[in-house]
Design a protein around this ligand. Structure first.
Ligand SMILES: [Ca+2]
Ligand SMILES: [Ca+2]
Ligand SMILES: [Ca+2]
Length: 170
């Protein structure tokens, strides 16, 4: 019985060590790890959506694709840690309905959204005839999503897979 308990503890300890090691090494410096991806939130200067997309691609990354609630909670948490108190701030992520109005796709992979976290009344560009085709987190909605003018200047969050990150270190 005692032997079994010790064995179990050793297994748990190994798992904990593996996870801890993984979180240290799987993402390059300045990037934070969640699940199979590394993320970098840029809050130094603001850029439009296309510029933000190109800046992420310069890191071997893309504007974040938010696939599920767990990822949304993680990214939102990252934003709140860094931008709490910044009233009116927007953070770009990687979807747009530029091709077909109202039909948001993750750019580069052209995948429809499988999860959404729209703020009240959003997306509203069709209803209000606004020129808003790009996806943001908006502080005024407690960081829920909105469609927004792609030419607006915003902060942005990049994502790349852990595998891509392990190649480019430093
Ligand atoms: Ca993702
Ligand atoms: Ca639109
Ligand atoms: Ca909107």
């Amino acid at each position: 019985m005692l032997h079994e308990t010790v064995n179990k503890l050793i297994v748990i300890l190994c798992v904990v060590i593996t996870i801890a090691k993984g979180q240290d090494s799987q993402c390059a410096k300045g990037w934070v790890h969640h699940d199979e991806s590394c993320y970098m939130l840029h809050t130094k200067d603001k850029y439009n959506w296309i510029e933000s997309q190109m800046l992420c691609s310069g890191h071997g990354a893309h504007l974040a694709y938010i696939d599920d609630n767990a990822e949304n909670i993680f990214v939102k948490g990252l934003i709140m840690q860094n931008l709490t108190g910044q009233g009116g701030a927007h953070v770009w992520i990687g979807a747009s309905d530029d091709a077909y109005e109202g039909d948001f796709l993750w750019y580069g992979i052209d995948q429809p959204l499988t999860f959404t976290d729209w703020g009240p009344g959003e997306p509203n560009s069709v209803r209000l005839h606004l020129d808003e085709d790009c996806l943001v987190y908006w502080s005024n909605y407690h960081w829920k999503w909105a469609d927004y003018n792609c030419h607006a200047q915003c902060y942005y969050v990049c994502e790349k897979s852990v595998e891509d990150s392990s190649v480019i270190v430093g």
